[in-house]
Design a protein around this ligand. Structure first.
Ligand code: ADP
Length: 162
């Protein structure tokens, strides 16, 4: 019997995109529960505060009920994972350019906590070039981001930029 019935999906989610949503839904086909862990990084220039991001993500995922938890964390991911009693970290890989940083982070996390495993999902083709930052850049310039963002996020973004 596999012991890993829960996983953590950490990130900035500033904001949540359809690319993130796709990874979340794919992870939920494998794991019973998933904690979306929003890194509270005050150094990063963010569009939405963590307090704004949490309800946006919860709203988008409410169909999954208590299989989804949305929490903020700061500090080491492995410490948060221990606290949550979770040993699997989910990350998405879009391009080869993601690989270096992701491999470094996965190895560092493994070094800090040998029981942790990082699982990578290859981004779906249509979202392979979608990142929160490119969506923000294009939205600021007036681009229509409806294809890349869930409806509630799209509305919140329009409001924020108006
Ligand atoms: P971080 O700043 O930690 O990379 P992000 O919110 O940008 O946080 O991304 C969180 C995770 O989601 C990362 O593993 C990233 O690779 C993945 N991800 C982001 N956008 C996509 C996408 N379009 N398709 C698949 N995975 C994605």
């Amino acid at each position: 019997m596999a012991e890993h019935t829960k996983a953590i999906f950490p990130g900035s989610f500033d904001p949540l995109t359809n690319g993130h949503l796709d990874i979340i839904k794919r992870a939920l086909r494998i794991f019973d529960g998933l904690t979306i862990a929003i890194l509270d990084n005050s150094q990063k220039n963010s569009l939405f505060t963590v307090e704004e991001r949490i309800p946006l993500i919860k709203t988008e995922l409410k169909e999954f009920g208590d299989r989804i938890q949305v929490k903020a964390f700061s500090g080491l991911l492995v410490e948060f994972a221990k606290q949550e009693n979770v040993k699997v970290v989910i990350r998405g890989l879009r391009a080869i350019s993601d690989y270096d940083y992701e491999a470094q982070m996965a190895l560092m996390n493994k070094n800090l906590y040998s029981e942790i495993e990082t699982l990578f999902f290859i981004a779906r083709e249509e979202y392979s070039y979608v990142s929160s930052s490119i969506v923000k850049q294009a939205a600021v310039l007036g681009g229509d981001m409806a294809k890349f963002l869930p409806l509630s996020v799209l509305a919140a973004m329009k409001k924020k930029l108006s």
